[in-house]
Design a protein around this ligand. Structure first.
Ligand SMILES: NC(=O)c1ccc[n+]([C@@H]2O[C@H](COP(=O)([O-])OP(=O)(O)OC[C@H]3O[C@@H](n4cnc5c(N)ncnc54)[C@H](O)[C@@H]3O)[C@@H](O)[C@H]2O)c1
Ligand SMILES: [Zn+2]
Ligand SMILES: [Zn+2]
Length: 397
């Protein structure tokens, strides 16, 4: 089959690779009909290269048709239309029963002392072949292959793989009071969707912050009050002051960080990320564990702007193991902090009915680009550079 493979820093290519096979009775093989590129893939593309191997199959946002199932798979059968959440979980262990599928005790990557495995996401997360391909092997298919109705276009359901559960969890963890205010840092696919989900959940004031004009414009068109980071010369204090003016002088009740480790505005950490990318893998991996590797600008802005006693919900991915964070500010402002990867398969039953009823969150118009899988290298390039108005790209195998 054809698959998008990681080759080197900022280099992916579509290669011919062996078709996936059923390995366990609980596996299913899915023929992929649509698969999206995520901001998390960009971390692998550039910053997380020490944890990547040449030939790794990328991607974790696929949907398609069940091709084949193992002998223990009873919930889906060949021909069923399914979407696959990015976080691989058994659905039955103690953690999964709490809804903490990212901590699944069956798929935890114990060799790296990590939580549950993800599709297409480095050695740290299980080294599982990803979903930017013609086919994918899905472990624990009884829980992981989420059946969706026939009829509507793929894009009605595709974002159940990641964007929707991530935005959904980001908003739930943000604990926005009814009619209250939320500021969303980053208006990429995750932040943009979080603004839509926050409105759905009854937020009164929804603020969005980014520095890419099309992204700001798209959120503004949906009723979000937007701030362009560039107008504040990347100064978190003046940005926070402007946002306080829109939120009773106190600051938003909740802030969602939908930016993560590659935030603009953090020059020292950017240098460290660049150096890390130039070192041999073993040395670079060591650096990840001994120095702050993340660009903390967005997180620090969140701490600065949230009102006293408010909540910060972090959806953006961070990976440095020794980042300098101001516990003083978190403590003094009495901030509640929630974070983590989305427990994606756990949220499907809450979200799917909204999509079955109609085009909730305007998901069918969410993608800005639909490209053949063979154009993946170009797709990664424009998505990373935020060129050609690229906000969300769907690949068609
Ligand atoms: N928690 C999860 O389960 C989960 C799932 C999917 C994605 N993510 C993470 O969420 C983040 C966003 O993903 P995405 O697909 O929207 O990616 P993206 O890269 O398209 O979006 C990030 C946005 O943040 C903006 N930005 C950069 N610096 C900023 C700053 N200082 N202040 C405000 N905005 C800034 C960028 O211009 C961009 O629009 C990534 O870190 C991704 O890894 C997490
Ligand atoms: Zn993703
Ligand atoms: Zn489990």
């Amino acid at each position: 089959m054809k698959a998008v493979t990681w080759q080197d820093k900022r280099t992916v290519s579509v290669e011919e690779v062996p078709d996936p096979q059923i390995k366990q009775p609980t596996d299913a093989i899915i023929k992929i009909t649509s698969t999206a590129i995520c901001g998390s893939d960009l971390h692998l593309y550039e910053v997380m290269t020490p944890f990547m191997e040449k030939g790794d199959i990328m991607g974790h946002e696929p949907m398609g048709i069940v091709q084949e199932v193992g002998s223990a798979v009873t919930n889906v059968k060949p021909g069923d239309r399914v979407v696959i959440p990015f976080n691989i979980a058994c659905g039955e262990c103690w953690m999964c029963k709490q809804g903490l599928t990212t901590q699944c005790e069956i798929t935890q990557v114990k060799s790296h002392d990590r939580g549950a495995a993800f599709f297409g996401y480095t050695k740290l997360y299980g080294h599982i072949p990803g979903g930017q391909a013609e086919f994918i092997r899905v472990p624990h298919a009884n829980f992981m292959a989420k059946k969706v109705p026939e009829g509507p276009s793929d894009e009605r359901f595709l974002y159940l793989s990641d964007v929707l559960p991530t935005a959904w969890q980001g908003v739930k963890y943000a604990n926005i009071p009814e009619g209250g205010s939320v500021a969303v840092l980053g208006l990429g696919p995750i932040g943009d969707m979080a603004t839509r989900v926050a409105m759905h959940h009854g937020a009164g004031t929804v603020i969005g912050i980014d520095l890419v004009p099309e992204r700001l414009a798209r959120a503004a068109a949906n009723g979000v009050t937007v701030f362009d980071l560039r107008d504040f010369e990347h100064d978190p204090k003046s940005l926070a002051a402007a946002i306080r003016e829109k939120t009773n002088g106190r600051g938003p009740d909740s802030v969602i960080d939908a930016v993560g480790m590659e935030a603009h505005g953090s020059s020292t950490a950017k240098t460290i990320q660049t150096i890390t990318g130039m070192l041999p893998d073993a040395a670079a991996q060591k650096l990840f564990t001994t120095v702050g590797i993340d660009r903390l600008f967005a997180f620090n802005s969140a701490v600065e702007m949230v009102r006293r006693g408010g909540t910060i919900s972090v959806s953006g991915v961070y990976a440095g193991q020794a980042d300098p964070i101001s516990l003083d500010a978190l403590f003094d402002k009495q901030i509640t902090l929630r974070l983590g990867q989305a427990n994606a398969p756990f949220w499907t039953p809450e979200i799917l009915p909204l999509l079955t009823e109609g085009n909730a969150f305007d998901v069918e118009n969410f993608a800005t680009h639909r490209l053949p899988l063979r154009d993946a290298a170009h797709a990664y390039d424009i998505f990373q550079k935020k060129a050609d108005n690229a906000i969300k790209i769907v690949l068609k195998p």
